[in-house]
Design a protein around this ligand. Structure first.
Ligand code: COA
Ligand code: MG
Length: 297
């Protein structure tokens, strides 16, 4: 699956920011029609996103569009406006149930069919940001094979459960962990919460690294200054890659000599650590840092 280390939002009615986003070298952008857009600007956002998808060269950057929640009364017009302009994927906020995602999947399938493009060309990403979503997360994950990732929405989740957001984020930790764990079980990506204090890059770096350690493959961002910090945090360092390669090599040699566990630098190494090393290499490949064996002839 493609790397989504950073997923940058901008209001869908702001053509200036969309144009700027195309120049930033960010893995993914998400043009918003939901909470970043005023209610009297929804139609402007639809028109601007469709126009941008048709006219702007985004290079290697993935282009997503975030619709309004299923049941808001806005979602049909959102999809009708942007799907024919061929976004790479649709982001669905405030998903509570499998049925909501199933409905979006059907809408996309109809457009793919009528445009004669292969099924599941257009991806689907769900934002998990309510107590109900956490309760139903397994069914949501299983609702459609089109689903490529979960996004964790900490601000909405905190509002829904009556929590007060803090820097440490313990108030949302159960949900944050549920999202990353369930995503892993269904072999989809998990994209971590937004760090809203966009002038504090040191705080951002810490939170991004924490997300990477928890197992997230990327993070939502809201400002150009956050791109490099976050993309770096989700790219394994040279040392981490070297270490992973060494572990895997040693593991293979010890396996042949009949030894499952062994020691390197005073630390016990066995199969779970090898899986972690393989995850590190997979992240490095997704970030273009190592050649992808699947891409070789
Ligand atoms: N995408 C693309 N470009 C952006 C951007 C974004 N999300 N946020 C800011 N920029 C641009 C600005 O237009 C400005 O461009 P310029 O230097 O060419 O004039 C530059 O980056 C610096 O912006 P800055 O002045 O520091 O910020 P701001 O006050 O213009 O904007 C926000 C602050 C928070 C309003 C803005 O970052 C934003 O709209 N973020 C996304 C909000 C969103 O989509 N929320 C919903 C999802 S959580
Ligand atoms: Mg939200």
């Amino acid at each position: 699956m493609r790397a989504r280390r950073a997923l940058l939002y901008m209001p869908g009615d702001d053509l200036y920011k969309i144009n700027k986003a195309a120049t930033l070298g960010v893995d993914t952008i998400c043009m918003d029609m939901e909470d970043g857009v005023a209610i009297n600007r929804k139609e402007a956002a639809r028109v601007t996103i469709a126009h941008s998808l048709r006219t702007i060269d985004f290079g290697a950057t993935e282009k997503l569009a975030r619709i309004n929640p299923v049941g808001s009364g806005l979602e049909e017009l959102d999809l009708a406006a942007v799907l024919p302009a061929r976004p790479d994927g649709i982001v669905v906020p405030k998903v509570h149930s499998a049925a909501q995602l199933h409905w979006v999947d059907q809408q996309i399938a109809q457009v793919e069919n009528s445009m004669n493009i292969p099924p599941r060309t257009i991806g689907l990403i769900a934002i998990i940001e309510s107590a109900a979503a956490i309760i139903n997360i397994k069914e949501i994950a299983a609702s459609t094979g089109r689903l490529q990732a979960f996004i964790f929405g900490a601000e909405d989740l905190a509002g829904d459960i009556g929590a007060t957001r803090t820097r440490e984020a313990w108030e949302v930790f159960y949900a944050r962990s549920a999202v990353v764990t369930c995503a892993a079980a269904f072999r989809i990506q998990a994209i971590d919460m937004v760090f809203i204090d966009f002038r504090d890059n040191e705080g951002l770096r810490k939170e991004a690294l924490e997300g990477a350690r928890l197992g997230f493959s990327g993070k939502q961002i809201i400002h150009p200054d956050q791109v490099d910090v976050v993309q770096q945090a989700f790219t394994p360092t040279d040392e981490a890659v070297d270490h992973a390669l060494r572990l895997i090599e040693a593991f293979q040699i010890y396996q042949q000599s009949g030894q499952g566990a062994f020691a390197i630098n005073g630390k016990m190494i066995d199969a779970p650590l090898i899986r972690a090393a393989e995850n590190t290499l997979a992240r490095a490949r997704a970030a273009g840092k190592l050649p992808d064996p699947a891409a070789e002839p």
